[in-house]
Design a protein around this ligand. Sequence first.
Ligand SMILES: [Mn+2]
Length: 447
Amino acid sequence: MMKHTLIPASEFATRRTRFFEQMPENSIALFNAGREVTRSNDTEYPFCQNKNFYYLTGFNEPDALLLLIKSDQNKVVLFSRPKDALQEVWHGRRIGQELAIQEYGVDECFTLDQIDELIVDYINAKTSVLTCVGENEAFDHQVLKWITKVKSQSRNGKTAPATITDCTAIIHELRLIKSDAELDVMRKANHLSGIAHQRAMKQSAVGKFEYQIEAELLYEFAQHGARYPAYGTIVAGGNNANILHYTDNSDSLKDNELLLIDAGGELAGYAADITRTFPVNGIFTTEQKAIYQLVLDAQNIAIEAVTPNNTLAALNSLVCDFLTEGLYKLGILQGELTQLIEEKACKKYFIHGLGHWLGLDVHDVGDYQSNEKREQMRAFAPGMVLTIEPGIYIPLNDLSVEPKWRGIAIRIEDNIAVTSIGHENLTTTVPKEIAEIELLMSGSTSN
Ligand SMILES: [Mn+2]
């Protein structure tokens, strides 16, 4: 079976070591793989591995289980699907147990149907069982059943753990800080997604349908190794972009309207999350230009402020002040400027947060608050990756603004890695300056 990951095997061992370091003495951690999900009747959605499980193994088969056993000598045990000639002919290859030990650096590997028989001895005499509580109700229940099974054998000298420890925070904190290898994959995911956005810009034309542009994006993702998008592709023409998670992608593209595309490929498990907004016909109108430049300037201000020890809250506040003043100058917000700024009046049109963590998940894991002071946002640190995505959304039915502004919805989103001295913008492949976009689109033909 082809390996799915672009991360070296040694790094998965390092990740497990880091996790072991945070486990209590003499404990066991259980991680459940993803399962196939039925789409209809006997067909399934494309499989997506559980990202915590994937982070610790790089193993991309469903129906598997990882045990991390901390004792004098730490042990890594994988349970996976058995080799099965008939199943493999119908549904695809399975690596089996022998090869899994070689390729995934685990100490032991058994078939999943052996778990009930073996789990008692693994859990016996451990002080604590660690699991991501609440991630999967059925698995929580399964873990309790296994502990109960150990308890039921107390007369045979077995001892069940007295505590169950939620290890969600441990694994999430590890995932929040990206390694050099992870950053490299994320750079590639961004690059290929940028190429796809360029293709979408070039292929945009009045009368085409949103789903046709979506197809151009998916085509380019796959050409560069990202078979699936990291999330539902948003191709929203005109007022459709006022629906933040518009994924119908069913309308035709109209002259003098904008097209908002929020799309990223998933490469070896890692997401890119890029948004561009551009004119369907390749030329911004005066009003579109004015709002676009405001959003772009706000984005650049925020990106410049991504440095270690700054916070998302501080960036949000910078951007909010800037957008409020900009909207006031355009006459979209009316009143007393100082009061508008105080009221964060831009939130009427900037209706979502400025950004989020990015990694194996598009809305990646990791606490947004500081551990020391829960009411505060945590400080940026090298290795964190986040999106910066300000937007202005003016609904078609907003009668408080002049008609010329109505229906304009613009978001610009880049992916930014925090470095030791500042930041690295991973989203460099697709243009965002007005002149650059118009130039790129002017080369487009009607093919
Ligand atoms: Mn995003």
